[in-house]
Design a protein. Structure first.
Lengths: 368, 431
């Protein structure tokens, strides 16, 4: 009897599971492709529409990517999801907003003698200072968030800081509502960066507007991402961060101040979220205390999609999510309201077929 | 690793669900909650208000009337009842509407030497409150008609009670469409329902603005989608083509993808059923999505100062509907009276005050028509005749326009007033 039981395996062998998975994945892929070809055959949309959708996806994707980096950096070092990260972005959005408001109120005499607000007279300085303010205040809130909500729980079971993170998120949202009110506010942009104006591209007999705000956001997020990559790969701080991510104890033995590195990681991710927040304000305009929630969730999805803990993965995941949200419904010929369904379906599929994410490597036992 | 990530994903979904539940936009329709319930319980409040001492002066019509007569002894007032939320969250609606009705009472003068009086009772906007107020008012023999109730739930609970007592109703603001399908003889309303608004909007788009291809968007809510469905149906029925019909997720700040896809179908106008928050985003996004030449056409949910403020130059030429009646002499007089009596401009508390005036005015005009002065000096009002007279209202002109009741009691034929944004201000669009 014993011998018999040993011979009949109770679970399918590892190989069979793998094969079934691959077959299922291929079937799904085939289904999607068939549907896409079917829709494409109807040629519902011209090249102009595709360009519009792609640009809109890239812009939103850039913002997701910046926020996703924050999730991934913190996860890489502390193995926890900082659920209050979206609220850090919200704080950054408010920071930039108040700078614009202040500059809009200051009247100066322009070179040609006419009266105009400081915002319109010196748009470059105004935008620079708005980003500086948004990023600084978001970085500070990231720093204090770690100090207050996470540091006392260092070494506690993993669920504890997670609950603390959710608590911090709710606290910050409500604090934002009490401080700034529940009403929606609108960014006052300098005239040169007005929403809705931009370069005109003639395509397929129609004019596609590439908005200045959108292209500006896209370029800036690309620059920030490259900057971050250089920081992590080429500088002393970056090396220390990678060392702490790899093994805290050994890093400490090598003379690295682990607590300080963790604090700086939160500062960096806060600054990136703050930049994304100001971009969100400049490009989309409307926001209130709740602005960080949805981008936060989406960016977390993007980080998992790209492979959490992996910085290029977060960038790729963010861009991918933005594009999929924008193009997915058009490719499959379904309602645009279902874009979140597509995004989260892809997340679930990635978790089933490639649990470590698109670029994520299999993590060592220690990191799990 | 895998397990923990799955757990996080689960947490995220839980948070998304939790947030969706709480984020329902605050409506500007007053169709309260329609829980109705069994609050009426059928304890009859006895319609035989005229029984008892069989007054010698009773005119003949009372004997033949289904519900008998309301008898107003000499020196008493003819009472117009109203069930309204006078306290609680929705107090501003009730207070405002009753103030409008009070001005109507002042304007109405007297009937055969008897003065009118408005008796507004507090329902707190709830069905239970509505039934309680109805029972109270129905037992008062001098209450002859009800200008109300205000919210749909409260109205529905009150209807059977007034039905038994033979007291006609004229609601200024109960907009829930099924109310007039319940077969009530006494219930009428001056409020325009979403169905009426949708019909007028489709007609305006097709006949007045001359559009043949429109796209219809909504926010997925009962109000927005209900409106959008009516517009789509009516516009198609008129011979137009609805080239796109989609929902947008409320609360987002970027709808360019949805609009770009619609732009490929070249609609001449985009109709939107929903609230101002999404309306603003859509209007702003249209300019960068290839819909810069299409007209944004909103509803009474997108009407208001916030729309103009947040859309700026993008809002130029956008339409919306409003139940604020068009400017007229009657409206100007009412506005002045209201300001003098209550110290605030009409319309600041709710958009229904003019309907409140009209509801009471229609009822009192009908009372004047059917009331008979008895030989004993009392005023006799045959209830059944009054119920029929109110339902038969035809061509009564008042602030909100022409009031003509259909056979089920829908009395607003004027429909909404359309407004268009011009240089950062809402101005009344051509009729």
């Amino acid at each position: 009897m014993e011998a018999l039981r040993k011979k009949i395996p109770l679970t399918l062998p590892q190989n069979t599971v793998k094969i079934i998975r691959i077959i299922a994945a291929l079937l799904l892929l085939a289904l999607v492709i068939v549907r896409a070809i079917d829709v494409a055959a109807e040629s519902q949309f011209g090249a102009d529409t595709w360009l519009r959708l792609s640009v809109s996806g890239l812009i939103i994707g850039g913002m997701y990517a910046l926020i996703a980096i924050g999730y991934t950096l913190v996860y890489g070092i502390l193995f926890m999801i900082n659920f209050a990260h979206g609220e850090v972005m919200m704080i950054g959005t408010f920071g930039g907003y108040f700078v614009f408001e202040a500059f809009n109120a200051i009247q100066v005499t322009a070179a040609d003698g006419s009266q105009m607000s400081f915002l319109n007279a010196n748009p470059v300085i105004a935008v620079f200072l708005a980003f500086l303010a948004g990023m600084t205040i978001a970085a500070l809130s990231g720093y204090f968030l770690e100090k207050i909500a996470y540091r006392p729980l260092r070494g506690a079971p993993r669920l504890v800081p997670l609950i603390s993170a959710i608590g911090a998120s709710i606290f910050l949202q409500n604090a934002g509502q009490l401080l700034f009110g529940p009403q929606r506010r609108q960014y006052i942009n300098p005239v040169v960066l007005d929403r809705g104006i931009g370069w005109h591209v003639e395509l397929a007999g129609s004019t596609v507007v590439l908005t200045y705000t959108g292209i500006f956001s896209l370029v800036l997020s690309a620059i920030l991402m490259v900057g971050l990559y250089v920081l992590v790969q080429r500088t002393k701080l970056g090396r220390a961060m990678r060392a702490v991510a790899q093994d805290k104890k050994t890093a400490a033995l090598m003379g690295i101040n682990v607590d300080q590195i963790i604090s700086r990681t939160f500062v960096i991710s806060g600054a990136l979220a703050g930049a994304a927040g100001v971009m969100w304000g400049i490009h989309n305009g409307l926001f209130n205390y709740f602005v960080g929630f949805l981008p936060g969730i989406k960016a977390f999805t993007a980080a998992v999609l790209g492979g959490i803990g992996n910085i290029p993965g977060a960038m790729l995941g963010g861009m991918f999510l933005g594009i999929v949200e924008s193009l997915g419904p058009a490719v499959l010929g379904i309602d645009f309201q279902l874009k979140d369904v597509i995004a989260f379906s892809i997340l679930i599929l990635v978790l089933i077929f490639r649990p470590s994410g698109i670029l994520g490597e299999a993590l060592s036992e220690e990191k799990v | 690793m895998k397990k923990s990530v799955l757990f996080f994903v689960f947490v995220v979904f839980a948070m998304v669900l939790a947030s969706c539940g709480g984020a329902a936009p605050a409506g500007n329709t007053t169709s309260g909650d329609t829980t109705s319930g069994n609050t009426t319980s059928g304890d009859t409040t006895s319609g035989d208000t005229t029984s008892g001492d069989t007054a010698s002066g009773e005119p003949e019509v009372c004997a033949s009337d289904e519900f008998g007569c309301a008898v107003i002894p000499a020196g008493k007032t003819v009472k117009i009842g109203m069930g309204a939320p006078l306290t609680g969250d929705y107090a501003s609606f009730g207070v405002d509407i009753s103030q409008g009705a009070a001005i109507a009472v002042k304007d109405a003068g007297t009937v055969e030497g008897f003065a009118f009086e408005l008796v507004a009772q507090d329902t707190q906007g709830a069905p239970e409150g509505g039934a309680a107020v109805a029972n109270k008012l129905a037992t008062d023999p001098t209450v002859v008609a009800i200008a109300g109730h205000i919210f749909s739930g409260s109205t529905e609970a009150a209807m059977p009670i007034y039905e038994k007592a033979g007291i006609p109703m004229m609601s200024p603001s109960a907009t829930n469409p099924p109310l007039t399908t319940l077969g009530s003889k006494v219930f009428n309303r001056i409020a325009f329902t979403d169905a009426v608004q949708g019909q007028f909007a489709a007609d305006y788009l097709y006949n007045k603005l001359g559009f043949r291809k429109i796209a219809v968007l909504h926010d997925g809510g009962a109000y927005g989608q209900g409106l959008a469905d009516v517009v789509r149906q009516e516009f198609t029925a008129l011979g137009g083509e609805v080239v796109g019909y989609e929902a947008v997720t409320p609360g987002e700040t970027d709808y360019t993808a949805t609009l770009s896809a619609l732009a490929a179908k070249n609609p001449e106008a985009v109709y939107f059923g929903g609230y101002v928050a999404e309306g603003v985003v859509l209007t702003n996004n249209m300019k960068q999505s290839g819909l810069e030449n299409a007209v944004f056409f909103g509803c009474d949910g997108t009407f208001g100062a916030e729309f103009v403020e947040k859309t700026g130059a993008n809002g130029q030429g956008a339409y919306a509907a409003s139940l604020i009646p068009p400017e007229s002499e009657a409206k100007l007089k009412f506005d002045a009276d209201y300001l003098a009596a209550y110290g605030v401009a009409a319309g600041t508390l709710s958009p229904y005050t003019w309907s409140g005036y009209d509801a009471a005015a229609v009822l009192m005009a009908k009372v004047k028509k059917v009331a008979v002065l008895g030989a004993d000096g009392s005023l006799y009002i045959p209830r059944g005749v009054l119920v029929a007279a109110v339902r038969a209202t035809n061509g009564f002109t008042s602030i909100t326009g022409d009031v003509t009741c259909s056979e089920v009691g829908e009395c607003n034929t004027a429909g909404p007033t359309f407004y268009v944004v011009d240089n950062g201000e809402w101005v009344q669009a051509e009729k």
